[in-house]
Design a protein around this ligand. Sequence first.
Ligand SMILES: NC(=O)c1ccc[n+]([C@@H]2O[C@H](COP(=O)([O-])OP(=O)(O)OC[C@H]3O[C@@H](n4cnc5c(N)ncnc54)[C@H](OP(=O)(O)O)[C@@H]3O)[C@@H](O)[C@H]2O)c1
Length: 344
Amino acid sequence: MTDLPESMQALLQKHDGYSGRAEGPMIEDASEYLEFATIPTPKPGKGQVLIKLRTASVNPSDLHFIKGEYGQPRIKGNPAGFEGCGDVVAAGEGAEALIGQRVAFVVAMGCSGAWAEYATTQALNCIPLQPAVSDEDGAAQIVNPLTAMAMVDIARKDGDCFVISAGTSQLAKLMIALGRDLGLKTIVFVRRADAVEATRALGASEVLVTSDEDVIGQFKTLCKSYKPRVFLDCVSDQMSEQIFVAMPNMARWISYGKLVAEAPALTQMGQLVFMGKRVEGFWLTRWMMETPPADQLKVVQEVQTRFADGRWKTDVSARLKLADVVSGLGAATGIPGGKVMITP
Ligand SMILES: NC(=O)c1ccc[n+]([C@@H]2O[C@H](COP(=O)([O-])OP(=O)(O)OC[C@H]3O[C@@H](n4cnc5c(N)ncnc54)[C@H](OP(=O)(O)O)[C@@H]3O)[C@@H](O)[C@H]2O)c1
């Protein structure tokens, strides 16, 4: 640690715990949740590494988290940011092998977040990167890609067609391309008509626009021929419920995100009883706890290969310096088409 600075710049959480609200990952004024400050450079504990940040990504989970509505409590004064790419510059006992490596990482609970010049995490939460993977792909290498792999694996065990909402999200784009590569068909919902062509070009079999008056009628017609059983949904609003209701017997509505604040109402409880339909959730954190390490390693390797050979890429809509995040995050997250990236 001798060559490392005593202090660093970071975006600190302004609140503790949970907000008790569920407003969705929209941010107008980031100064309600974050402050830019200089704090002591964190030190890695046993089994942990200190990472000098190259690039951090902004995921909806980060926004839910700083707003106090994610699956773990906020820690006031701790840097925010779950995911990034950087160089391991120091390590605690047992993690020395990673020193000098460029890694993709997610921040383990209780460690020091990625929206900072330096972050800490468990060595187990780091993936050494091949040179062919860019820093921006590295900064979005874990949360969405592993979720895409895990959820498409769920879908493929239940037929040859699945349904995806928010088709322009980065995660949906990964799943559409993966589905195409695996020979699966996808029916994809987008909210912007101008996104239809690009979504088809990615490999979607069918693309429907949620604002079309007869969108559910169109979907019902498609269900007759495609017979999709799995709906991978991160919007989770009343339209999602209508999509689920329109699906055939044994359909599974797997909610993995909440892009809107509106809570849907279940209108056809009989479908759960008589049609064997199910409503479920997916959370990558649980998948990581339940999936054997050897299986996770295979998925991690496939993910990196897909980025290295260009089958997957991370679309970037805006880039912000750490110092500009508090003033610029709200506007940057409103730009469609890709991820916001943060650099020191
Ligand atoms: N459960 C898990 O383990 C897990 C893991 C990873 C991600 N997620 C979830 O996956 C979702 C997508 O994540 P991401 O990183 O891919 O997001 P992202 O790239 O930031 O994309 C979000 C995009 O979704 C579209 N969108 C927003 N609200 C919408 C709505 N009401 N209807 C249709 N489209 C809407 C917007 O695109 P346009 O403006 O172009 O319409 C927006 O840019 C999030 O909900 C996230 O929390 C869950």
